[in-house]
Design a binder for this molecule. Structure first.
Ligand code: HPA
Length: 246
């Protein structure tokens, strides 16, 4: 039991999927996991553990933005021993060649958040994905006929920026898309010595102002869930191999 998660010890798997929306966590539990059991419901941030292809996987909402994901991921890493965390979310494209419904894998995450400049006393830290998770997810997506775009994203604190052209600076420096959580997830994974990855489907474009429909979001999100779950189970160490290690 931690402050914001009411799970008991052992109820959360070592590998977890992290959608922002708690109802997406419930959707994944109900449609992809066998025997899923809800382990938390504090503030309606739902979390479930079940089996996927015979392996234990958890899925939990994080809410939106860096402060919210920071609370849940600190507790998952520190209090529940989660080893690998895969965020699945949506993002807004800031490059011409990143189209609606594309899958973006965040290799690194820039941010306009003050959190890391406070944490590092004004120094600049480079939040970076786990190479092992990234490679596995990339290959898993390719095998499913999906060509992911891999590169830096931007974790912004302001969905509604005061300067409507602010994102263009990030475009000039090669960032692919805007979202709101990856920089903190990657930083916390480094702090706790764990692994993290962010998979994102493009839900809107800041360039063309196009938006995906709810149905398109559901379909592309479903494909991303499959990539995330296949990645989650293929990076798990088999229990019997671990126990035989001398
Ligand atoms: N900005 C920030 N976060 C987002 C966006 C966006 O345009 N789209 C999806 N998440």
């Amino acid at each position: 039991m931690s402050i914001h998660i009411e799970a008991k010890e052992g109820e959360i798997a070592e590998v977890i999927l992290l959608p922002g929306d708690p109802l997406r966590a419930q959707f994944i539990a109900e449609n992809f996991l066998e025997g899923a059991v809800q382990y938390t419901g504090v503030r309606n941030i739902l979390g479930f553990t079940g089996l996927y292809k015979g392996k234990k996987v958890s899925v939990q909402g994080t809410g939106m933005g860096i402060p919210s994901i920071s609370i849940y991921v600190n507790e998952l890493f520190r209090d529940y021993g989660v080893k690998k965390a895969i965020r699945i979310g949506t993002a807004g494209s800031i490059q011409e060649d990143i189209k609606l419904r594309d899958l973006v894998i965040a290799m690194s995450a820039c941010t306009d958040s003050a959190v890391n400049s406070v944490r590092f006393g004004g120094r600049s830290y480079a939040p970076t994905a786990s190479f092992g998770l990234l490679k596995t997810a990339y290959e898993t997506a390719l095998a499913r006929g999906w060509q992911p775009k891999v590169g830096p994203v931007v974790s912004t604190d302001m969905f509604y920026a005061d300067d409507p052209d602010e994102w263009k600076l990030w475009t000039r420096f090669g960032c692919l898309a805007l979202e709101m959580e990856s920089a903190e997830l990657y930083t916390l994974a480094a702090k706790y010595g764990r692994e993290a990855l962010c998979l994102l489907t493009i839900s809107d474009s800041l360039i063309t102002h196009e938006l995906t429909t709810a149905e398109e979001r559901r379909k592309s999100f479903t494909r991303m869930i499959e990539v995330a779950l296949d990645t989650a189970v293929s990076v798990q160490e088999p229990a019997e191999l671990c126990s035989k290690t001398v």
